[in-house]
Design a protein around this ligand. Structure first.
Ligand code: SAM
Length: 292
């Protein structure tokens, strides 16, 4: 079987009677040229392992297979499994489809069975309703993809890549940019999708930074960013009150009168480090006094 034996995506969808379901965030890319462009943006994929979330009718999946990737696709909507089975025949042994919820699956367990010992990139046209929690899972959890090439609503893409001081700069920008280099690679108008969503979309590339902070540091970073931006109009001395306020800022070399919006990612990392150091010295003081 070859690509040419496959019916066009639109035809397979209508033959299978598959109308898009809104609650699954289904906006399909049925133009294979766009799918191939996204696969190219993900870099050279020959021999690489890729996790794709939400293959749906399989346009992007096909492009990833054509690029030579080994694809493990996680799809929540079982209606697509027969179409994806046909696609699997095109590239024997290179497509595994797992029916499941990408928010729940354990990627490391899946990889240990289907692609042991190999790092896996993530490439996906994400369901918009769960795009941000999925990104946070991959940024902070035990599965650490070296690269992610992800389609989001344009507004979310803007929040991931926002520069310090900008309107969109917030928790997501701090977390994503502390852990990855991130940039917008491609803008797509709503009409590129079937059915078209209400908003435009963008593909974001996230490349993991080589020096990954410890789990404790990531937890502390999330905590200072959550408090700092939770009350973004307030100065950090008040917004971070629960975590130590002005003294925490001073320990981190940050002006306590600054607002979160003007603190660069490096400043948030310094605040997280100061929080960890303070907690560690508190713990060691407690340890000492209990042994006295
Ligand atoms: N990749 C296809 C394309 O580009 O045409 C479909 C993309 S569509 C935006 C999102 C896909 O994610 C749908 O196929 C949907 O069923 C699936 N999906 C939605 N929520 C999911 C979840 N929690 N876990 C796995 N797949 C999910």
């Amino acid at each position: 079987m070859t690509v040419d034996d496959l019916p066009p995506l639109r035809k397979s969808l209508s033959a299978a009677g598959l109308a898009a379901k809104k609650h699954f965030g289904q906006h399909f890319l049925l133009d294979l040229n766009i799918c191939r462009k996204i696969a190219r943006l993900a870099g050279p994929l020959a021999g690489e392992t890729v996790i794709e979330v939400g293959p749906g009718p399989g346009g992007l999946t096909q492009a990833l297979l054509e690029a030579g990737a080994r694809v493990i696709a996680v799809e929540k909507d079982a209606r697509f499994l027969p179409i994806l089975d046909d696609l699997a025949k095109l590239a024997p042994g290179r497509l595994t489809v797992i029916e499941g919820d990408a928010l729940e699956v354990n990627e490391l367990a899946i990889l240990s069975v289907h692609a042991p010992g190999r790092p896996a990139h993530v490439v996906a046209n994400l369901p918009y309703n769960v795009g941000t929690p999925l990104l946070v899972k991959w940024l902070t959890g035990p599965f650490r993809p070296p690269t992610m090439t992800l389609m989001f609503q344009k507004e979310v893409a803007g929040r991931i890549t926002a520069p310090v001081g900008g309107r969109d700069y917030g928790r997501l920008a701090v977390l994503a940019q502390a852990l990855c280099e991130s940039r917008i690679m491609l803008d797509l108008p709503a009409r590129a999708f079937t059915p078209p969503p209400k908003v435009h979309s963008a593909v974001v590339e996230l490349i993991a930074r080589p020096e990954r902070p410890s789990e404790a540091m990531i937890g502390a970073l999330q905590s200072v960013a959550r408090h700092g931006f939770g009350q973004r109009r307030k100065m950090l001395r008040s917004a971070l009150r629960e975590l130590g306020g002005a003294s925490l800022c001073l320990a981190a070399g940050i002006d306590p009168d600054a607002r979160a919006q003007s603190v660069p990612v490096a400043g948030f990392l310094a605040l997280a480090e100061a929080l960890l150091a303070r907690d560690a010295s508190g713990a060691s003081r407690r340890g000492q006094s209990s042994s006295d």
